[in-house]
Design a protein around this ligand. Structure first.
Ligand SMILES: *Cc1c(COP(=O)(O)O)cnc(C)c1O
Length: 415
């Protein structure tokens, strides 16, 4: 058997199961809860995506970009020293090695192609850690589109490097001061802009959230992660599958893209790792599956952190990419079905995970996937039995977090 490896062109199959039912329903979650003015644009986008995804020409064009621009397929790396340390067999799916340094590029290249097909000249996006903003600005530069990125003012502050990257790439970055001045507020502003500009503008959402068709469409663009990993694991594991598949969950796109490759294998345990922040008991966390309740926000019904009156609570995580008080509707449904389990790692455990992977494997992960490593380090030999084979999606690299982690570990600011 041959597995996808560098130099082999990416192949995209027209796989589309499981498609959401009705207006993008995953069980009782999902849907399309938006102002009237946005409905035609969402219908146009859904129709365009459906046609494109079943077109050999579109998939070949996207596959070419993923191969020759984004650097896919990404490898699966066996972690010998980390495995020995934890008493497990740990494999990493290396999304950190893509162009722009995270899985976000897979989705934005797909949406940029759709933008061009729809004849639109302008894209807007929201961003938390800045990775989706950088990816969107990158694709906009590549396709010659105007690009505006909304970013919470707090995030602008803590991700200054990514803000500069976006501006270098020709995008305009708009700091959002309202609410908690983080990702949730950036999405509100982006939706507001879109209502006013919908005829000329595509809203490039960065995760499996928002109204239909986004959760489904973004999952399809991200499933390349899981589809590649499944084949690569089988080659490495003599035809076997991993026992556990682990990914961090912010909105949930790297996790759902990974899970999609394994979801029909009932013996593979799917685990999403949420941001435990300062600990669930403190209320300062981003564990929206573990602690969320059903509600409607940003165009879809899903699980959100809310108070008793249904007011959305602020999420907390030292990692800007996980600092969102909700989760994609398909995750809410996978949790309801019990097909995937959702756990958490705290800020401290994530930093410990980041340090552990750095010194054992020479790989500095982004803080988001460091949560998955941190959880695994805590649970190895406990809820994850010794000898278990675990695939972890390393959704991005740690460069963007270096200054923040340095300050936390040494108390000093990097110049
Ligand atoms: C954005 C981001 C995440 C969180 O987003 P998901 O949609 O949950 O994948 C995780 N890791 C990295 C590196 C990111 O940039």
């Amino acid at each position: 058997m041959t597995a996808p490896s560098r130099g082999t062109p990416v192949r995209l199959d027209p796989v589309d199961a499981p498609e959401p039912t009705g207006l993008g329903r995953f069980g009782e979650f999902g849907g399309r809860f938006v102002p009237e003015t946005l409905v035609p644009a969402l219908e146009e986008l859904e129709a365009e995506f459906r046609t494109a995804w079943s077109s050999d020409e579109f998939r070949a064009e996207l596959a070419d970009l993923l191969t020759n621009y984004a650097g896919r397929p990404t490898p699966v790396t066996e972690c010998h020293r980390l495995s020995e340390r934890l008493g497990l067999r740990v494999l990493l799916k290396r999304e950190d090695l893509t162009h722009t340094g995270s899985h976000k590029i897979n989705n934005v290249l797909g949406q940029a192609l759709l933008t061009r097909r729809m004849g639109k000249q302008r894209v807007i996006a929201e961003t938390g850690a800045g990775m989706h903003g950088v990816a969107t600005a990158t694709a906009a530069a590549l396709f010659g589109l105007d690009c505006l990125v909304f970013m919470g003012a707090v995030d602008v502050e803590r991700q200054a490097q990514n803000v500069f990257r976006m501006r270098l790439l020709g995008a305009e970055v708009v700091p959002v001061e309202s609410g908690s001045a983080t990702l949730k507020d950036a999405i509100n502003e982006a939706l507001r802009d879109w209502v006013a500009t919908v005829e000329t503008t595509h809203y490039c959402i960065g995760s499996v959230v928002g109204p239909h068709p986004y959760p489904w469409m973004v999952r399809q663009f991200q499933r390349i992660v899981g589809d590649e990993a499944r084949e690569q694991c089988r080659v490495r594991l003599d035809g076997a599958d991993p026992d556990y598949v682990l990914a961090c969950v912010g909105g949930g796109s790297n996790a759902i893209g990974t899970f999609a490759g394994f979801i029909d294998l009932p013996n593979v345990r799917l685990i999403g790792v949420e941001a435990g922040g300062l600990g669930l008991a403190t209320g300062k966390h981003g564990a929206s599956v573990s602690r969320g309740v059903p509600g409607v926000l940003h165009g879809a019904r899903s699980l959100f952190l809310q108070d008793e009156d249904g007011q959305i609570l602020e999420a907390h995580s030292m990692s800007a990419g996980l600092d969102y008080p909700g989760v994609g509707p398909e995750h809410a449904e996978l949790a309801a079905q019990g097909r995937a389990d959702y756990v958490y790692a705290t800020d401290d455990e994530a930093v410990a995970g980041l340090e552990l992977l750095s010194v054992t494997e020479g790989i500095v992960p982004a803080l988001e996937p460091a949560h998955a490593i941190g959880w695994l380090a805590r649970e190895a030999g406990r809820s994850v039995p010794a000898g278990t084979t675990v695939l972890v999606t390393l959704s991005g690299r740690g460069d963007k977090d270096a200054a923040q982690v340095a300050e936390r570990l040494t108390g000093e600011q990097l110049e």
